[in-house]
Design a protein around this ligand. Structure first.
Ligand SMILES: Cc1cc2nc3c(=O)[nH]c(=O)nc-3n(C[C@H](O)[C@H](O)[C@H](O)COP(=O)(O)OP(=O)(O)OC[C@H]3O[C@@H](n4cnc5c(N)ncnc54)[C@H](O)[C@@H]3O)c2cc1C
Length: 283
């Protein structure tokens, strides 16, 4: 790791468990002890060669083995560009299926993060292909997208699993809602669909108090729905134990690795004052 990467990792410690898998497993163990499931992500996106993509596949397999042998309650989450979507569609599909087959030995859930809009359709297509073979694969669904080419109902009818998020990428106004009000309205609409029609598990992944309160109200209206709240490591740490105490399932998304710049950039974009916090952590 270069000096620059060391510096950024030190600053981003709040959001990233560390550079190594062991540090992520240690943090995941602590999350379990605090009553939360762990969603472990090895940071990385846009692998440009087959070898890089293959390295990520092997890393996720080792991670699945390690989570199983350490009795960690949780799942993994990955980006398709990390395992070859920029190389080609079929390489990526094969790589995903290889990880999924490995996960199926342990019954571990595999989440697919949704990336920026140029990857949207291929991600959805690969997801629908994979979910035919293994039901424990979930897909992040971004509420800020104006017109989804895939209806959320179609995922539910295919036996898929949805993680509802607002959406984190810089996109054109022709593609996404830009105002907080419109994004929240879309999130609410999709959340109501999930509570009403989902027959399996789903996830509400937000740190937004109002939407979390609304999800709690919906859970009382639609009793017996199997859902969990998901939040990122280092964000709303005040709220997580409260939800656990109230009896809700909560999962924490725990990234690790050295390719942290894209992830850190998105956390700063969501809340520009984070830049000051990061700078202060250096003093
Ligand atoms: C488990 C999980 C998985 C995700 N997966 C994806 C994915 O696959 N694809 C994708 O596009 N996006 C993903 N996201 C990110 C998501 O799209 C949002 O960008 C992010 O969650 C911030 O939106 P929010 O819903 O928390 O609402 P916001 O309105 O952004 O925030 C609500 C409140 O949360 C707190 N907060 C939010 N962000 C920060 C921050 N960075 N620093 C400090 N406080 C903050 C603040 O108190 C803020 O007022 C994921 C989020 C989570 C929790």
């Amino acid at each position: 790791m270069s000096i620059y990467e060391h510096l950024v990792l030190r600053m981003a410690r709040r959001w990233v468990a560390g550079s190594s898998m062991d540090e992520a497993l240690e943090y995941a163990r602590e999350a379990n002890l605090r009553g939360m499931r762990a969603i472990i992500n090895c940071l990385g996106e846009h692998s440009i060669s087959r070898d890089e993509a293959e390295d990520s596949v092997e890393e996720y397999k080792r991670l699945l083995d390690a989570m199983h042998s350490s009795n960690i309650e949780g799942s993994i989450s990955l980006k398709l560009t990390q395992i070859g979507l920029d190389v080609d569609y079929y390489t990526c599909m094969q790589n995903l299926m290889s990880i999924v087959r490995h996960a199926s030995m342990y019954g571990t859930l595999v989440w697919i993060d949704m990336e920026s809009s140029p990857y949207y359709e291929q991600t959805v297509s690969i997801y629908l292909g994979a979910v035919k073979h293994y039901k424990r694969i979930g897909l992040a669904y971004q509420a800020y997208i104006k017109e989804h080419s895939l209806d959320i109902m179609h995922i539910l009818e295919s036996g898929g699993i949805v993680r509802l998020v607002k959406g984190a990428y810089r996109e054109d106004a022709s593609i996404v809602y830009k105002s907080r009000r419109s994004v929240n309205a879309s999130f609410r609409r999709l959340m109501r669909i999930l509570f009403k029609y989902s027959r399996g598990i789903f996830a509400i992944a937000t740190h937004d108090n109002t939407l979390i309160d609304e999800a709690i109200a919906l859970s009382k209206e639609h009793k017996g729905r199997e859902f969990e709240f998901q939040m990122l490591k280092g964000i709303r740490d005040d709220l997580k134990p409260i939800l656990v105490k109230q009896g809700f399932k909560v999962a924490e998304y725990i990234p690790y690795g050295i390719n942290i710049s894209g992830y850190v950039y998105r956390r700063i974009r969501e809340r520009p004052t984070n830049l000051l916090l990061l700078a202060r952590s250096l003093l």
